[in-house]
Design a protein around this ligand. Structure first.
Ligand code: UDP
Length: 325
């Protein structure tokens, strides 16, 4: 199949591109490089520099290539930033996505896989979150993703667009090759910040809050390997060949780890201490986010391959020892 990968130079998108190429699919990457890295996409992969809000470039792309499906990874994705600058989030994540959807409609492309997030759930009301859990985002980032999920439901009813929104829990790890990995500027995520602290790079690790109502007072998250997210996207496209509708699936390993537990695991994996200090809570962080991914397993046939936290950390560690960008 032939795919347009919007945001293919970003963290999850670049792992997707590699996964598709390894599985003999054809790929064109479209990315404005606002947060992604050109080096994260192989030189042999066609790359178009541009913004999903740029209708002219999109139409040109759709006139040149015949895509079977689009995967849409472009987004601003920092909770704190979204609270401070919501317009940026609604413009990038909502308005620009509408341009993409309109261009896809014009070009007659009927399948989309959309990157959504556990942030659509807000403060969860149960220990594990399945797709029937109510959505109630507590920040503009989560709102922006939920808005598009709703647009996709309407787009199916009105135009027959088939879509799957995949709600990632905590994307983590790196391709085992060590040639691509997670690199954000500034970096806000736990695992990269922690591994940089081990290496003595960066500002050091702050643990955001140890007074939550969790087993050790720190926040609990469900870490899922980035290549397992990639495999779910391809399964989602295959699912849409057989199934009509706008679907949502949660993607996580179903097991939560506290920040302290991640620190302990990183000490095991790296064999080095993780210097850290306890700091205040970070606004917008719910205490616990753990997925039930039963639906993805049953309906998509999804099977995470790197489900053990130490293995996820080990792959991230290999990347951080020799990051290429
Ligand atoms: N966290 C932390 N220190 C950091 C980054 C994150 O203590 O430098 C905590 C954060 O408060 C949350 C968890 O680690 O409880 C995961 O945060 P991350 O930003 O990696 O992902 P999020 O859950 O926000 O998507």
């Amino acid at each position: 199949m032939k795919f347009l990968i919007c945001g293919g130079a970003g963290y999850v998108g670049s792992h997707m591109v590699r996964y598709l190429v390894e599985n003999q699919h054809e790929v064109v990457v479209y990315d404005d490089l606002s947060t992604g890295h050109r080096e994260a996409v192989g030189d042999d992969v066609p790359f178009v520099h541009g913004d999903v809000g740029d209708a002219v470039t999109l139409w040109r792309l759709f006139a040149t290539h015949k895509f079977d499906a689009v995967m849409h990874f472009c987004a601003r994705s920092l909770v704190g930033e979204s609270v401070v600058d919501p317009y940026q989030y609604y413009r990038n994540n909502v308005a620009n996505t509408l341009m993409l959807l309109a261009a896809m409609r014009e070009a007659g492309i009927q399948r989309l896989v959309f990157s959504s997030t556990a942030a659509v759930f807000g403060n969860p009301r149960s220990d594990t979150i399945d797709e029937s859990h109510p959505t109630d985002p507590i920040n503009p980032y989560g709102q922006s993703k939920l808005m598009i999920e709703r647009v996709l439901a309407d787009a199916y009813r009105a135009y027959g667009l088939r879509s799957v929104a995949l709600r990632y829990f905590n994307a983590a790890g790196a391709d085992p090759s060590g040639s691509i990995g997670e690199s954000h500027h500034p970096e806000t995520h736990l695992i990269p910040n922690l591994l940089r602290a081990v290496l003595g790079n960066g500002p050091g690790l702050k643990v955001f809050g140890d007074d939550y109502e969790t087993r050790d007072g720190t926040c609990v998250r469900d870490y899922v390997h980035v290549n397992d997210l990639a495999s779910a996207h391809l399964l989602a496209v295959e699912f849409l060949e057989e199934n009509e509708g706008a679907f949502t699936f949660n993607l996580g390993n179903g097991e939560g780890f506290s920040v302290r537990e991640v620190i302990a695991a990183a000490q095991r994996v790296t064999g080095r201490p993780v210097p850290h200090v306890i700091a205040g809570r970070r606004p917008g962080d719910p205490p616990t986010l753990v997925a039930s991914s039963l639906q993805a397993r049953q309906r998509l046939g999804w099977q995470p391959r790197i489900g053990v936290l130490d293995d996820i950390l080990g792959s991230a560690w290999r990347w951080h020892l020799q990051p290429r960008y």
